[in-house]
Write a protein that binds this ligand. Sequence first.
Ligand SMILES: NC(=O)c1ccc[n+]([C@@H]2O[C@H](COP(=O)([O-])OP(=O)(O)OC[C@H]3O[C@@H](n4cnc5c(N)ncnc54)[C@H](OP(=O)(O)O)[C@@H]3O)[C@@H](O)[C@H]2O)c1
Length: 236
Amino acid sequence: MNVLIVGGNGGIGRALIEHLLADERVERLDATWRASTPPKIDDPRVHWHQVDPGLESSVAELAAGLPPLHRVIVAGGLLHDAKHGPEKTIRRFDPDFFLDSLRANTLPALLLAKHLEPKLRHDQHSAFAVLSARVGSIGENHRGGWYSYRSSKAALNMALKTLAIEWRLRLPHCSVAALHPGTVDTALSAPFQSRVPEGKLFTPEYAAGKLLAVVDQLGPENSGQFWSWDGTELPW
Ligand SMILES: NC(=O)c1ccc[n+]([C@@H]2O[C@H](COP(=O)([O-])OP(=O)(O)OC[C@H]3O[C@@H](n4cnc5c(N)ncnc54)[C@H](OP(=O)(O)O)[C@@H]3O)[C@@H](O)[C@H]2O)c1
């Protein structure tokens, strides 16, 4: 298998890489980072690329140099930055942060799908999976808040559902999936971990193993669905 991990320098992204390198089916692993320097990994199968996944020219340049792909997992994302946290109320809504959230959480999947389509079009099974978040589910939104994150993940989910419908004919061997990793102990969740019930904060290693097991179960018949880390389906 040839694999691409976008955001391989993040908490979950790094753990995905470690799991995949222990999988003897993996022949080559391309991984991207954007701003934070990636970890040194001593394995000749790994090829790092500095890519801004929210910038079309950067994604196009990456895609041009890649081999045919069997797994693409998009593991980057944004919940908070130095100046902004998730909005508790509409009074805290900042249009610039909203647009940054779309650029980080929604745009990469669309740009990658556009430019990687030729790499995923082959006769073997392939998967295009993107880390979304349960809070992006409209059906499960009972608590409100987090306008930018929720909206950008809901938009991501719609984009993936739409892509699955388009690719059903053109890329019949490719499964498209939105994935929820659970609450995982990374920089992204760090400010919000005090509210997590005991036993529900996963290590990145645990979450990565579960997510890869879900991706391994994907087939063309279940393309275009939203999966939780434990393999249960989530409502859009
Ligand atoms: N951790 C959780 O509890 C949790 C729960 C639900 C969903 N998720 C989702 O899982 C994914 C991975 O999160 P994580 O927990 O591994 O977070 P993390 O450790 O904070 O890693 C974030 C990743 O996103 C990249 N990134 C940050 N800002 C970005 C931007 N503006 N544009 C593009 N990429 C950006 C980072 O790389 P650079 O710094 O180099 O840009 C890094 O690769 C995200 O999509 C997140 O929404 C996480």
